[in-house]
Design a protein around this ligand. Structure first.
Ligand SMILES: C[S@@+](CC[C@H](N)C(=O)[O-])C[C@H]1O[C@@H](n2cnc3c(N)ncnc32)[C@H](O)[C@@H]1O
Length: 154
């Protein structure tokens, strides 16, 4: 059974009952790595946004090339500086809210290593499933690098 981290419940003022999260008048159910709203009231405009972005982010080949990701990374660094320079200015393990995270493209390019932040990504579209896959992959890569570093020093 999956539980939400206590820091997340604190921030959201949420109560976690196993696979269910109660937050104000809303209920979220844990499924495949994501807390899903059990009920969504979406306008026609939001529905359109949802469909367009689900389509866009599922086509990973259109944004997952080293060139495309490099452009996003450069853009973020130009605006915010490097993450390693920003990190000491923030509280320890800063919480990052990525509202409209899509496939997590910007977040995954900027917040390296991911283990330095507490990340909350939300998205109205099915891009969220692409994001889950990409975050899992990135975390696995980081863990692998960490194991290699430990082996080097042992
Ligand atoms: C331009 S994309 C940005 C993606 C991501 N932040 C990045 O830079 O890689 C905007 C995202 O916002 C999401 N979005 C738009 N309206 C939203 C809403 N009301 N609630 C949650 N997500 C929303 C879309 O589904 C889309 O994935």
């Amino acid at each position: 059974m999956e539980t939400a981290p206590s820091w997340f419940c604190e921030i959201m003022r949420a109560q976690n009952f196993g696979d269910t999260l109660s937050c104000g008048s809303k209920t979220y159910v844990y499924r495949n790595g994501v807390w899903n709203a059990s009920h969504l009231d979406v306008s026609d405009q939001q529905k359109q946004t949802e469909e367009i972005f689900a389509f866009k982010w599922k086509k990973e080949t259109t944004f997952n090339s080293p060139e495309a990701l490099g452009r996003v990374r450069d853009w973020l660094i130009e605006r915010y500086g490097t993450f390693s320079a920003l990190l000491p200015l923030l509280p320890p393990e800063p919480v990052v809210l990525d509202a409209g995270c899509g496939a997590g493209m910007s977040a995954l390019e900027y917040f390296k290593p991911l283990s330095k932040i507490r990340y909350i990504g939300c998205d109205i579209s099915e891009a969220i499933w692409v994001a889950v896959k990409r975050f899992n992959l990135q975390q696995e890569r980081e863990r692998e690098r960490e194991r290699e570093r430990e082996n080097l020093h042992s």
